[in-house]
Design a protein around this ligand. Structure first.
Ligand SMILES: [Zn+2]
Length: 182
């Protein structure tokens, strides 16, 4: 699959790293929500970082049926050589609850979202494509291209409870209206 859409940001990721005094090689772990083209930009900057990926997503990324899941391995050619820790559920990255991968399968077979405890901003959940827009989240609408509708709704219900229990805010990464307010 080839994507005619080009996504541009005003500052590249490499420039953003430089601005805060780091280099991509300083990154130990690389956690991707899933492998769709608009979520894997810049992965080539991190050839030595350890991938943290759900088992099913790894298969969907590199297995024979990758196209079926909307993936194009040509868009992440270096990734297969990365060291990898395959997950089958939630994962507390540093063991202190500050960065936790939440398994939210449904959009793709092993989709994951990211919970962060930030000292200034507070607790947030980065959606990935758990939901694409606030309205979809509110009404539990599942796009037709999702891997599994029932799993998608369950993931949203589970995360709604998780967000409430942890007094977190959901950041829906595709929602321009919400992003504009941040
Ligand atoms: Zn996606």
């Amino acid at each position: 699959m080839r994507h005619p859409l080009k996504v541009r940001v005003p500052k590249t990721l490499a420039q953003q790293f430089k601005a805060i005094g780091y280099e991509p090689k300083d990154v130990t772990y690389l956690g991707l929500s899933h492998m769709h083209f608009d979520h894997i930009g810049n992965v080539g900057l991190f050839p030595a970082s350890t991938l943290l990926m759900q088992d099913e997503e790894y298969e969907a990324a590199f297995g024979p049926d990758s196209a079926k899941y909307g993936n194009d391995p040509a868009s992440y050619p270096t990734l297969k050589a990365n060291p990898v820790t395959r997950l089958s559920g939630d994962h507390d990255v540093f063991g202190d609850g500050s960065v936790v991968i939440k398994r939210t399968a449904g959009h793709t077979p092993g989709h994951q979202s990211l919970f962060l405890k930030l000292p200034k901003t507070g607790n947030i959940l980065l959606s990935g494509d758990l939901a694409h827009f606030s309205k979809n989240w509110k009404h539990r609408r599942v796009p037709s291209f999702n891997f599994d509708k029932e799993m998608s709704v369950k993931a949203m219900d589970d995360m709604a409870k998780f967000i409430k229990d942890n007094k977190a805010t959901l950041w829906i990464q595709h929602d321009l209206e919400q992003n504009a307010k941040m």
